[in-house]
Design a protein around this ligand. Sequence first.
Ligand code: ADP
Ligand code: MG
Length: 333
Amino acid sequence: MGEFELIDKYFKFSSHAQGVSVGVGDDCALLAPTPGMQWAVSTDMLVEGRHFFADVDPFTLGQKSLAVNLSDLAATGAMPRGFTLSLSLPSVQEPWLAQFSKGLQDLSHRFGCPLVGGDTTRGPLCIGITVMGEVPSGQALLRSGAKAGDDLYVSGTLGDARAALLALQGELRLEPGVLSTIRHRLEAPTPRLSLGQRLRGLASAAMDLSDGLSGDLAKMMKASGTRAQLQTNWIGQSPAISPSLQTLDFETRLSLVASGGDDYELLFASPPGARAAIEALGAELQLSLTRVGEVMASSGALELDKINSGLVVFLDAHQQVLELKAQSFDHFS
Ligand code: ADP
Ligand code: MG
């Protein structure tokens, strides 16, 4: 099978998408911008051995590849408009490609994000996706908007993906049956697109959690010129910790949440006046939105050389600062 036959067979699945005048097949895709909107564009790459295991199910890999990109649009409050796929493959394995394509299509259709172009080459297995979305001009949710006094919330549950990864690597013992209930959180996370769009006008800042709460929140605080205090009672018991993790000891849960990763939930800041609206939104979307702490004014004495030093502190039940060991996932440290 040649390159062009392969593209036609597996990656030409979005021919009649709204707003896409030209999709896969020409030199460029042509997308019609909507008046009054800004483009929101983001790229994420998944590399075999680094972001997924060689033997991972290709259907869920297709889902995850697009999901992690859509998660960035969600964090911005944007609506998906299209994506491109840069694919490097060691060889053409049709059963693998068919499943990978189905997984991609599943998310593409579910979230209305057509595949409009890409590039295909031979090489180590690597999947690069660029998503394009639109957001009403001036209304994008950024990392830089948090203000002292804002509440901090997280969506869904945190720590499941890292627990699943550690269990698969034999580094964490889970009760029988637990791995199978949380494995999908690692392999096929759900981008929180509806939540992100509904947070426009409510949240002062937002981002998606990909590298663990501690480090990701530190990035938001750095961008906002603020710092954060997180209570830890919710790590003991709250809707933000799935029942699957309730049997683990507190220290383990804290580290899964603080320095885990791959959660793909949204972290956002909002003024206390928005509490009732946020509670109603969570109920409407049937998604838990848990208040985990608050934004504080930055004090001049903070050390800013390390990304998290002093920007995010976790408080124990007596409001004392908890020392954390690992901070955040970083490919180069
Ligand atoms: P060019 O050489 O002009 O850049 P290619 O020959 O690489 O174009 O690709 C032909 C067409 O197929 C283009 O429209 C390109 O966007 C599309 N395409 C190539 N690879 C993929 C892929 N993996 N997924 C979707 N579209 C692809
Ligand atoms: Mg060309």
